[in-house]
Design a protein around this ligand. Structure first.
Ligand code: CA
Ligand code: CA
Ligand code: CA
Ligand code: CA
Length: 370
């Protein structure tokens, strides 16, 4: 009986190597799945394959495919993972029989392993960080996320989306569904919210997903001027008030952070009042020296407050303070002595002469009697 040596050279390949016969097999098929009817496709007699004791070898790689000589079929022998196969070197499978005389034939059989969606997208980082200045214009890029997918074609096509359900994220941030770029679509106010956590999902066309989070830090800018709140205020103060008498208490607020929210207040010089810091953010306006209504009966005191941001923002408030009188001045006659001549037998009540005195005090304090 004539014996044959059949040599099968099977390339498991993702590339388009030319073969005399080719098959396609999806990856991850169960063992024993049909790859192709090689006897039929090559016009080989099954009996001759069988009597020739045809077998399949792989070269130096794993035996993914086997020859069922009984039926002339190529079957899956081992799990084939397309992503593990590529870009490895192509496995070589050989089928021989040990016949005499030594006849041989070589077949190249190209087996294309078809992709199935067996890999989910994977983000390059589980957590991304982004910083963005408050009041940045819409369209500003915050950061970008990237996921990769080991599959092929649509099985590796990724769509990005935000999965937060609350409006505070969805109304401010938007992710480009194709390239993962995170951009602003709303306003950021450091004084309202300093951090955001955005949850992003990557989904391939087959519905497999991965998720990551982005921690966005909002950077403060100096966009608030100090506010001056008058806690208590005297509209009038006695000229006899001793130094260090509290006239007004004020509270300062600046919601910015750091230097942007650090505030210094002052009043102008050459008035008998100074500002004293009592505790954090509180100031008191106190008398600094003795008052004299007769010198100044009213003061307009401007309190100016500036933060230490660059550029600095400031605000001011003007307080009007009346000085009330005390009787601290004696009347003063316009002459030190008066002389008058009067005739005798005059009518009682007749004016003899007039004396004149002045008093620097006010109202009751300036009325005199002899
Ligand atoms: Ca995939
Ligand atoms: Ca795959
Ligand atoms: Ca400020
Ligand atoms: Ca601010």
């Amino acid at each position: 009986m004539r014996r044959q040596v059949l040599l099968f050279v099977l390339f498991l390949s993702c590339s388009s190597v030319f073969g005399q016969v080719s098959y396609s097999v999806p990856e991850e098929m169960s063992t024993g799945s049909l790859v192709g009817n090689i006897a039929q496709d090559l016009g080989l007699d099954v009996e001759r394959l069988k009597s020739g004791n045809g077998r399949v070898y792989s070269g130096d790689s794993r035996e993914y495919i086997e020859l069922n000589a009984e039926r002339g079929l190529l079957l899956v022998r081992e799990r084939i993972d397309r992503e593990a196969l590529c870009p490895e070197t192509t496995p070589l499978l050989t089928a021989v029989d040990g016949g005499e005389p030594h006849m041989s034939g070589t077949m190249q059989i190209l087996i294309t392993v078809l992709d199935v969606n067996d890999n989910a997208p994977v983000f390059t980082q589980k957590t991304y960080k982004g910083t963005v200045t408050e009041n940045s214009p819409k369209g500003t890029t915050v950061t970008s996320v990237t996921a990769t997918d080991a599959d092929h074609g649509l099985n590796s096509k990724i769509t990005y989306s935000i999965t937060n359900t609350l409006d505070d994220v969805r109304q401010i941030f938007e992710v480009n569904e194709k390239n993962g770029e995170m951009r602003l679509i709303g306003g950021l106010d450091y004084e309202k919210k300093k951090h955001f956590q955005i949850n992003v999902r990557a989904r391939d066309n087959g519905g497999l997903t991965d998720s990551c989070k982005i921690i966005v830090e909002v950077v403060d800018i100096n966009d608030n001027e100090p506010t001056i709140k008058i806690m208590s205020k005297s509209a009038v103060i006695s000229e006899s008030a001793i130094p260090d008498t509290v006239v007004t208490m004020i509270n300062i607020q600046d919601p910015d952070s750091g230097e942007n929210g650090k505030v210094q207040c002052s009043v102008h010089d050459h008035i008998p009042f100074i500002l004293k810091t009592t505790s954090n953010n509180f100031y008191s306006l106190v008398t600094d020296s003795e008052l004299d209504r007769e010198r100044a009966s009213e003061y307009n005191i401007t309190v100016s407050c500036s933060d230490e941001g660059v550029p600095s923002l400031s605000s001011s408030v003007t307080l009007t303070l009346q000085i009330s009188d005390v009787n601290d001045n004696a009347p003063v006659f316009d002459k030190s002595s008066y002389e008058a001549c009067i005739v005798e037998n005059n009518t009682p009540g007749l004016s003899i002469f007039t004396v004149k005195a002045t008093d620097a005090d006010w109202n009751q304090n300036a009325r005199h009697s002899l």
